[in-house]
Design a protein. Structure first.
Length: 265
């Protein structure tokens, strides 16, 4: 019955043509059938569960010239490995149409994902929006990743940090992540939307005040930023409120227009 069902769905897949947007949440056949049948596809939202499916998708999209938005959900921890990383890197290096990329992964080897994503971003000039939802590990090189995001206009990072001790996470947050984000905002004057969310949230500490002040200064004096969303408990809004009057005066003097919307979550 399963073979009959899959065979029937393959015929259906081949007959679904001329789509510009496609969402495949539980594909029962090779997704390549849909891509072959829809040469003008622009938006693809797909859940990948089959071994080798990520590698296959990235290889196909390396030469694709129509897909502008790609959302991938790969929850299986075994789907991501070196070969897949190299295919992701090649896709970002070769693809000239992709503008929006979202990757949701719970892979235990997200270090590899960030490594190859970073290299691919450095070689890509067309991607404008990146959304990464991953499980954070202690040995991920986030400095190089944020340095590779200078061409983006929108960045979302949702970081699952349950596997990291609070002591290590506090140090990582204070000494790396917030300074890296701050420096990225200083370099990238075209950034419009920024979200950095942690699970679980960190609690604010007094010795964070200098880096938090620097962060908010980079946000409120940014020439293009429209929206920021970040953990309320970690980047306290009290400091923002204390600084806002002075910084908004500076913003007005620089003729930067309305200040960005800040959502502390």
């Amino acid at each position: 019955k399963t073979e009959t069902l899959s065979s029937g769905l393959e015929n259906v897949g081949r007959n679904i043509t001329n789509l510009k947007s496609l969402s495949l949440y539980k594909p029962l056949m090779p997704f390549v059938i849909y891509l072959d049948s829809n040469p003008f596809l622009q938006h693809l939202d797909i859940v990948l569960e089959r071994e080798g499916s990520l590698n296959e998708l990235f290889n196909i999209l390396s030469s694709n010239r129509t897909v502008i938005a790609l959302r991938i959900n790969c929850e299986d921890i075994y789907l991501f490995h070196d070969e897949v990383g190299k295919s992701l890197q090649l896709m970002l290096s070769s693809n000239k149409s992709l503008q929006c990329l979202e990757i949701i992964s719970r892979a235990s080897n997200c270090t590899l994902l960030i490594k190859y994503l970073t290299t691919g971003l450095r070689r890509n000039n067309t991607l404008q929006e990146l959304d990464v939802n991953i499980e954070l590990s202690e040995n991920i090189n986030l400095k190089e990743f944020f340095e590779a995001t200078d061409n983006l206009k929108s960045l979302t990072m949702i970081l699952d940090t349950w596997e990291i001790s609070k002591q290590v996470l506090t140090s990582l947050y204070q000494e790396e992540i917030i300074p890296y984000v701050t420096n990225m905002l200083k370099r990238n004057e075209d950034m419009k939307f920024l979200k950095v969310i942690f699970y679980p949230c960190l609690l604010y500490k007094e010795d964070w005040i200098p880096i938090v002040q620097t962060f908010w200064k980079s946000v409120l004096l940014h020439p293009s930023l429209c929206y920021v969303r970040i953990n309320k408990s970690a980047i306290t809004v009290d400091i923002l409120n204390d600084m806002k009057k002075t910084l908004l005066t500076q913003r007005k003097e620089k003729k930067l227009g309305p200040h960005p919307i800040v959502e502390a979550w």
